[in-house]
Design a protein around this ligand. Sequence first.
Ligand code: 3HC
Length: 310
Amino acid sequence: ADAGLEAVFEATLAADERVEPRDWMPDGYRATLIRQIAQHAHSEIIGMQPEANWITRAPSLRRKAILMAKVQDEAGHGLYLYSAAETLGASRDELLDKLHSGRQRYSSIFNYPTLTWADVGAIGWLVDGAAIINQVPLCRCSYGPYARAMVRICKEESFHQRQGFESLLALSQGTPEQHAMAQDAVDRWWWPSLMMFGPPDADSTHSAQSMAWKIKRHSNDELRQRFVDICVPQAEALGLTLPDPELRWNDERGHYDYGAIDWDEFQQVLRGNGPCNEQRLTRRRRAHDNGAWVREAASAYAAKHGPEER
Ligand code: 3HC
C-alpha cells in the first residue's frame, strides 16, 4: 500500500501541487516540516522581545502605535505557525517545551540586543526584509498549510519592512546625532541579518532533501545574495553605508560581491553563547509560567461549557 501512496506523494510534488494534512507523507517529510515550522514559530515569539524593549520608550505616539502593531503581528504569526505545525500531529505544548529546554531552535538574529531606538528601524528594514526574502518562496512550499500561512504573513512582513525603512530614513535625515545612531544600528545588524539565511550551502545539512521535497525552493546562499543585491541600493537611498568594505558590484556575476561572514560567531550563537540567548529564554519561560492561569482557565471553561459554546 505504501508504494502506491508514495507514488501519489511523488506525483503531487512533481506536479507542484500541495500535500495536505490528511495525505500520506514520508515520516522524514513530516519531521522536517515540524522542525522548520516549529522553529519558525519560536522565532516569531522570541522576536517580540527585542522590539518590545522599545514600546515604552518610542519617541512619539505614532511610532509607539506602529511598534505595538508590529509586535502583535509577530505574536499572531507565531500562533498561526504553531497551528500549521499541529496539522502535522505536533502538540503545541510539546513544541514549547522543546523551545524552553533548548531542544528546538529559534532564529539566531534575536539573540542580539536592541541598544538604541534606531535598532527598531534597523530590525524592520534588515531583519523583516530578510524574512520577506526567505518567506516569499515559502508561499510555494509543497505543504499546503505552511504555504497558505506564509501568504498572510508575507503581507504583514511588508508593512514591517516599510515602517523600518521609513523610520531609519527619518533618523538618517535628522540631526547628526540621529544619523550617527541610525548608522551605528545598521553597522550592528547587517552581518547577523546575513546569517539569518542559514549556513553556507556547503554546510547546510537539510537543504538538499528540503529542496527535493520542495519545502526549500532556493538555497541559503541564493537567498542571501538576493537580499544583499536588494539592500545595497536601499542603503544608498537611506544615505547610510553597509559595514562591508568588500561590497562591490560584479558585472560578470550580475550580483554584489561581499565580504566573509563570521561563521564562528554564527555557531557560537547557535550554541547559546550569543549576547542575549540566556535573557531571551529566561523571559520566555517566565512569560509561559505567568500565562499558566490563562491556559488553566480556558481549559476549565471548555470542560464546563464544551467545544460548541467556545
Ligand atoms: N538561526 C538558528 N538556527 C539556524 C539558522 C538561524 N538563522 N539557520 C540555520 N539554522 C540551523 C538549522 O535549523 C539547522 O539546525 P537543526 O538541524 O538543529 O534544525 C542547521 O542550522 C543547518 O541549517 P540548514 O540550512 O541545513 O537548515 P534549514 O534547511 O532548516 O534552513 C532556514 C534554515 C533557511 C532558516 C530554514 O529553516 C527556513 O527557511 N525556516 C523558515 C524561516 C524562518 O524560520 N525564519 C526565521 C527568521 S525570523 C522571522 O521570520 C520573524 C520575522 O518577523 C522577522
